[in-house]
Write a new protein. Structure first.
Ligand code: BMA
Length: 310
C-alpha cells in the first residue's frame, strides 16, 4: 500500500485535457507542451507528433486553463542553416516570459545530436530564431524569467546521446546577451538507487518565491523493463541559483493513472508548464505517457514544503 502523508498534487478529474481528438490535424500524439498565463489568458505551445512521425508546434489558448482552443495552423519557426544535421525534430517547448517578450527553449534533434534552441516571440504568431545555445548533447533547457545579478540564466542537462548509457545531471549557465553562454555550474546530481537516480532535468521556468526559485523537475528511474519519469521539486537560491537550498526526497507526481501508465512511452509524467495563480494555486501542465496533455493542481506553499521535506 502506498502511504501518502499528504497529498501535494491533485490531478484534474477529467484528465487528459488535450488529446489528438482536440486537434485540427491528423496526429499521433500531443504532449510535453509549454504553458504560461498572459493577460488572463492561458497560452500553450503544443508538441504534436504527426502520423508520419514528424513533429510540430501549434499554439492553443484558454480562458480557464482547462478547455483549450487549438490554432488551425502550426507555429512557423524560421529554418536554421542546416535543418538536416541540426533540426530534424523539435520537441519539449518551454516558455519563459522575460524582458517583456516570450522566449521558448526546445530540444532540436538532428543527425548531429540534440541541442537547445532558443527562439523569441512577442505574440506567439511571429517567432525570431536566436540560435542554438548549446553543443550536443544537451536538452531540457529553460530560462529563468529574469536576469540574476545582471546576467541571463538557464538550466539544462548535458548528457550523452541515447544508447550511450549517459547519465544526466542538471547544470546552469550564465549569459550577458542570451547568445553567449558560460560560467557553467553543476546544480543537481542524480541520486543513486532513488527515483531520480538515472537522470534529471528542469521542468518549466522556475517560479520566484520568497524562499527561493521553485523548480519542478523530472527525475528518471531505471527499472528492468524501462524508464519511469516522475516530477520532483527543489528550491534554488535567489541570488546564486546554482545553489540548491532544498530538494524533495520523494517525487510529488508520478505515473499512476491509466493515461500516465499506458501510451507510446509508458510510465511518463513530464511537466513542461506551470502557472502560479493569484490565490496561491499552481497549475501544472504535463505530458502523460508521451501521448496526451494533462493538468494537476498544487498549493505553492505545499510545493515549497515538499522541497524542504516538511
Ligand atoms: C525524454 C524526452 C521527453 C520524453 C521522455 C520520455 O528523453 O525526450 O520528451 O517525454 O524522454 O519518452
Amino acid at each position: 500500500m502506498i502511504f501518502d502523508r499528504k497529498q501535494i498534487v491533485r490531478r484534474y478529474g477529467k484528465n487528459p485535457i488535450i488529446t489528438t481528438a482536440d486537434l485540427p490535424c491528423r496526429s499521433n500524439s500531443v504532449f510535453n507542451s509549454g504553458c504560461i498565463k498572459r493577460d488572463g489568458r492561458y497560452v500553450m505551445m503544443l508538441r504534436i507528433e504527426d502520423v508520419d512521425g514528424a513533429q510540430h508546434f501549434r499554439m492553443a489558448y484558454s480562458c480557464d486553463g482547462i478547455a483549450f482552443d487549438v490554432c488551425g495552423h502550426p507555429v512557423i519557426i524560421p529554418d536554421s542553416e542546416d535543418m538536416e544535421r541540426f533540426e530534424l525534430l523539435r520537441y519539449d517547448p518551454r516558455i519563459t516570459p522575460l524582458d517583456g517578450a516570450f522566449y521558448v527553449t526546445y530540444a532540436a534533434h538532428g543527425a548531429k545530436g540534440v541541442r537547445i534552441c532558443l527562439v523569441q516571440t512577442d505574440d506567439f504568431e511571429k517567432f525570431r530564431r536566436i540560435g542554438y545555445i548549446s553543443e550536443p548533447d544537451n536538452r531540457n533547457g529553460v530560462l529563468f524569467p529574469e536576469k540574476i545579478q545582471g546576467r541571463y540564466v538557464r538550466l539544462d542537462r548535458p548528457t550523452m546521446a541515447h544508447g550511450q548509457g549517459g547519465k544526466g545531471d542538471m547544470w546552469l549557465s550564465y549569459s550577458p546577451d542570451l547568445i553567449h553562454w558560460g560560467d557553467h555550474k553543476l546544480v543537481a546530481e542524480t541520486r543513486p538507487e532513488r527515483w531520480d537516480g538515472h537522470k534529471l532535468g528542469a521542468g518549466p521556468a522556475p517560479i520566484k518565491t520568497p524562499e527561493g526559485w521553485l523548480l519542478l523537475y523530472h527525475g528518471v528511474y531505471e527499472r528492468c523493463n524501462g524508464l519511469i519519469y516522475r516530477c520532483g521539486v527543489m528550491l534554488l537560491d535567489l541570488e546564486k541559483p546554482e545553489k540548491v537550498l532544498a530538494r524533495s526526497h520523494g517525487y510529488i507526481l508520478g505515473p499512476q493513472e491509466p493515461y500516465e501508465r499506458i501510451g507510446d512511452v509508458p510510465n511518463v509524467v513530464f511537466v513542461t508548464g506551470n502557472v502560479l495563480e493569484d490565490d496561491g494555486t499552481v497549475k501544472l501542465y504535463y505530458g502523460a505517457a508521451d501521448t496526451v496533455m494533462c493538468l494537476a493542481f498544487a498549493r505553492l506553499t505545499d510545493l515549497i514544503d515538499a522541497a524542504w521535506n516538511r
